[in-house]
Design a protein around this ligand. Structure first.
Ligand code: HEC
Length: 259
């Protein structure tokens, strides 16, 4: 019987691990269009490598097939040249890696925080309790029923915005107000599709009325400068400024009906 020539086990192992690694990157980056976080990738790869090693060292024979080429590299006199090359290149690569990770990085340190924490189901503001699951903007209906009245309400909301919000959120609603540079976390950019476009008006109402201090513990570490607007704006003014935020940016609030 002719023995089939197989790919050496060690190479098989390297190919499988590399294949899975690039598979992850390809799936996330190209197909899903999202970068896979490095910490997650490290975790996945840890399990993949552990699993593959378990399979490859299942029997004594398979373990030997894996280890023999490494042993040969170290011990076999005929592999002297290869050995010298490997033993120069490996420490060199390790050295380069260590050196490059010692270079200072100017990237902001990672701070994990929930930008949109889950809202409470009920909230208290203006001495009342609001049920956030059913709360709606009382002025939203005029968008269809009475467009002239709606424009007027948006304009009034714009006044509230210019008086109270543009210092931080910017006069273009892009989060680049004159105070923004001094704040961390930075004021949110409402033009970005990741903020108000993703949210319901009741959520925005909760965030404006209770501000940074109203955020739940899961949003920590959080020292948001977003004021508690309940103390400065009436309920009506809050709903109007919400109309303005959506009108100016052209985003639609998320609603139960549209989903
Ligand atoms: C002193 C600066 C400051 C002012 C003034 C301010 N904000 Fe903010 N606001 C922030 C910061 C910082 C954040 C981001 C951190 C957070 O979510 O609390 C934020 C977040 C928000 C959010 C949350 C958006 C989201 O996607 O979760 C809304 C809504 C908001 N602001 C509306 C307003 C409105 C409306 C006004 C004016 C009535 C206003 N802000 C005035 C600093 C400010």
């Amino acid at each position: 019987m002719i023995k089939k020539r197989r790919i050496p086990r060690l190479l098989q192992l390297v190919l499988i691990v590399a294949g899975v690694y690039f598979g992850f990157i390809l799936t996330f980056d190209v197909i899903l269009g999202q970068l896979i976080p490095k910490s997650l990738l490290t975790m996945y790869m840890f399990f993949v490598i552990t699993g593959v090693l378990m399979v490859f060292t299942f029997t004594e024979e398979s373990t030997r097939e894996l280890i023999d080429p490494i042993k040969a590299l170290v011990e076999d006199p005929s592999k002297k040249v290869l050995r010298n090359i490997v033993f120069v290149i490996v420490p060199l690569l390790a050295g380069i890696y260590t050196y490059s990770s010692l270079l200072p990085s100017f990237e902001a340190p990672v701070e994990l925080r929930t930008i949109h924490p889950a809202p409470p189901s009920k909230m208290k503001a203006y001495g009342k309790r609001f049920d956030l699951a059913t709360l709606e903007n009382p002025y939203r209906k005029y968008e269809k029923e009475d467009p002239d009245k709606f424009r007027e309400l948006v304009r009034e909301g714009g006044d509230v915005y210019i008086k109270g919000c543009q210092y931080c959120h910017g006069d273009k609603l892009d989060g680049k107000g004159p105070y923004a540079a001094g704040l961390n976390p930075t004021p949110l950019n409402f033009q970005d599709v990741g903020t108000i476009a993703q949210l319901q008006e009741s959520y925005i109402f909760w965030r404006i009325a209770t501000g940074g201090p109203g955020l739940p513990a899961e949003a920590a570490p959080w020292i948001s400068s977003m004021p508690i607007w309940e103390d400065f704006l009436s309920e009506d003014e809050t709903w109007k400024v919400i109309l303005f935020l959506y009108d100016y940016t052209g985003h639609q609030p998320r609603s139960w009906e549209h989903e």
